[in-house]
Design a protein around this ligand. Structure first.
Ligand code: ADP
Ligand code: AIR
Ligand code: ASP
Length: 283
């Protein structure tokens, strides 16, 4: 699939113009960053694993009617997605206390919250993605009340679904970050779609039995090999063979190429269905 010119170089992904107007190719890099880019490394295999895991989770979410930007996994590092206008809010959903929640409020890591907690962060690297309230989002014009309501409703459905999915493979979904975007149809109707990615870079996943952290905290806090954790998640999800996808420290390209394509046709059929189902609103 022909990709067009580079639109944006992010910390973990690069965006290119897609083959059709209104589409984008998301290229998953091997770069890992933490603490607002302060810590940085290139980790062979990370991009391939995140691409595969995110494509799978987005497809699963489409299948329960969550409208997402995902259209197709193109190859081991790229996916075709709908271009959206990103809503500049990172929505974090937490089931168990960890990370910045513990640091900010002194809660003990591992405390099970009385119910899932929704937080908003203003997506601005130069400000370090600060925690904000719902009123900030509306007063600053980042999202209107209807968009916020849709985002939160989707986040709850996603949390319910992913909690069950990960519990079934022996992983606890501690927390995760979501990004949403806007698209308009020819009649000017506005749709809110789940965008960006869902993978161990954006979720905390702890092994149910051992408590071992299988997500990006391995990199953030030097807890162990990052790719080993991500491979474990992909293997449990049934996306890669038990032997993994690495050969002598680099990706087994032949095997990795075979991992694409699996759900693509289903994904695009569901895509149309769930876009039709998503509630439009006059812009
Ligand atoms: P960052 O921008 O934080 O460095 P990434 O490296 O993951 O993050 O870059 C991907 C960028 O693409 C993010 O800024 C994200 O908001 C944006 N994005 C994700 N999905 C879409 C989409 N469907 N259309 C347009 N932009 C998107
Ligand atoms: N997250 C937030 N910003 C970027 C990312 N990836 C994710 C983390 C974690 C959750 O959001 O990966 O799963 C909460 O992060 P924190 O640091 O606020 O505790
Ligand atoms: N993705 C952010 C960064 O690169 C935050 C994080 O994941 O820790 O700094």
């Amino acid at each position: 699939m022909a990709r067009g010119k580079k639109i944006y170089e992010g910390k973990a992904k690069t965006l290119y113009e897609g083959p059709e107007p209104g589409t984008i190719i998301q290229y998953f890099k091997d770069d890992a960053t933490a603490f607002n880019g302060e810590k940085h490394a290139s980790i062979a295999g990370k991009g391939v694993l995140n691409n595969r895991i995110s494509a799978h989770l987005m497809t699963q979410l489409e299948s329960i009617g969550v409208p997402t930007h995902f259209m197709k996994q193109v190859n081991m590092r790229e996916q075709l997605v709908r271009k959206v206008e990103i809503i500049p809010i990172e929505l974090v959903m937490r089931n168990i206390a960890a990370g910045s929640l513990c640091k900010r409020l002194g809660v003990k890591e591992g405390t099970v919250l009385s119910r899932p907690l929704v937080e908003y962060y203003y997506k601005d690297d130069s400000l370090g993605d600060p925690l904000v309230g719902e009123d900030h989002c509306m007063v600053m014009g980042w999202a209107d009340p209807y968009e916020l309501e849709e985002m939160v409703n989707m986040a709850w459905r996603i949390n319910d679904y992913l909690n069950g999915l990960f519990a079934g493979i022996g992983l606890r979904l501690v927390d995760f970050k979501l990004e949403f975007g806007r698209v308009w149809d020819e009649d000017g109707n506005l749709y809110v779609l789940l965008a960006d990615e869902i993978c161990p870079d954006t979720c905390r996943l702890w092994d149910t039995k051992t408590g071992e952290k299988m997500d990006k905290d391995r990199f953030r806090f030097d807890l162990g090999d990052l790719v080993e954790g991500y491979q474990y998640v992909a293997e449990k999800l049934g996306l890669i063979p038990e032997s993994g996808i690495m050969q002598d420290g680099s990706v087994d390209e032949k095997l990795a190429e075979k991992l694409s394509n699996i759900e693509n046709e289903l994904a695009s059929a569901r895509k149309l269905r769930s876009i039709n189902k998503a509630k439009p609103r006059k812009a």
